[in-house]
Design a protein around this ligand. Structure first.
Ligand code: GLU
Length: 295
């Protein structure tokens, strides 16, 4: 099995400079450590037709290359089914019938962190479950036997975060991100996960789940996001933020790549030429404030 890093975009729209910067960082982390680099399209949810092709084209335009065929999550249902079946067989899952509203309104367990599932359906009797099944399809939750879990992150150090009874399969049948990401990273031989630091809070759940499934836990590096001038996470409404928008105002892909490299305190140029200067320890720790440059 190879040793690999990856970029795993959701094909919900065009990539913006924040996504492109994360992709460049993931590529640099992987290649500078002698790993392959893989691309996985996380299309279980929110996929927009045509977005995958645009995203792949834009990644190529800034010089992010990948070493194997692109993997799509919608083609991997059997792997997710297997993992859920194994956990269920071990008594580690249960059906949940709660609506979003019921979860919000349920009294939370003492000391339970904000947003953690309060465990309502854990305690349903067989008979109650039968009744609820007739009115609403169930989601499948993990029966977690810890409340928090620690991970090691290359940029954040030791990070301890919440593990609740999180959803493995939604009640519309869609496999949840937290399950799919763990199964896929292991199945693809990915032992290095570099992604935006908005995902750091989900990481303890994923590392714990990997442990339950007997899968190796990858090494993590959660990198700072790109923000707008108000400090909010960059979004499409923040003006020219995609390669398409930027090209339209006279800023070609190579220039965008170089601006991203400059924001990382790295020299401009094609990515393979930048590898020698890349040192994770020297990366800026703060978010990058994006101001659309003049052409
Ligand atoms: N598909 C997720 C996203 O685009 C990223 C998941 C990950 O890198 O683990 O936000």
């Amino acid at each position: 099995m190879t040793s690999a890093g990856r970029f795993a975009p959701s094909p919900s729209g065009e990539l913006h400079v924040g996504n492109l910067r994360t992709a460049i960082l993931a590529w640099l982390f992987a290649k500078s450590s002698g790993r392959d680099f893989l691309l996985r399209v996380e299309d279980l949810d929110r996929a927009r037709s045509g977005a995958e092709a645009e995203q792949l084209r834009d990644l190529e335009a800034i010089g992010v290359s990948w070493d194997a065929a692109v993997v799509r999550q919608t083609e991997r249902a059997a792997l997710y089914d297997d993992a859920i079946a194994r956990l269920t067989h071990e008594g580690r899952t249960y059906e949940c019938f709660c609506t979003r509203r019921e979860i919000q309104e349920a009294p939370s367990a003492p000391h339970a962190p904000q947003g953690a599932y309060p465990g309502t359906c854990r305690r349903l009797s067989h008979a109650e479950r039968e009744i609820r099944r007739a009115s609403r399809p169930a989601s499948i939750r993990l029966l977690a036997d810890v409340a928090e879990w620690g991970v090691e992150d290359q940029l954040h150090g030791k990070y301890v975060g919440v593990v609740d009874d999180f959803v493995l399969r939604r009640n519309d049948g869609v496999t949840a991100y937290n399950l799919a990401v763990v199964v896929d990273d292991a199945a693809q031989g990915i032992d290095q996960v570099v992604r935006g630091d908005d995902l750091l809070p989900s990481t303890p759940r994923q590392a714990y789940l990997a442990r339950l499934l007997g899968l190796p836990v990858p090494e993590y590096a959660h990198v700072p996001l790109v923000v707008n001038h108000d400090g909010a996470r960059l979004a499409k409404r923040d003006g020219a933020v995609t390669l398409g928008d930027l090209a339209a105002v006279g800023i070609p892909a190579e220039r965008v790549r170089d601006l991203i490299l400059e924001s990382l305190h790295l020299p401009a140029g094609p990515l393979p030429d930048v590898l020698a200067a890349f040192n994770p320890g020297n990366l800026p720790k703060e978010p990058w404030v994006w101001i659309t440059p003049r052409s």
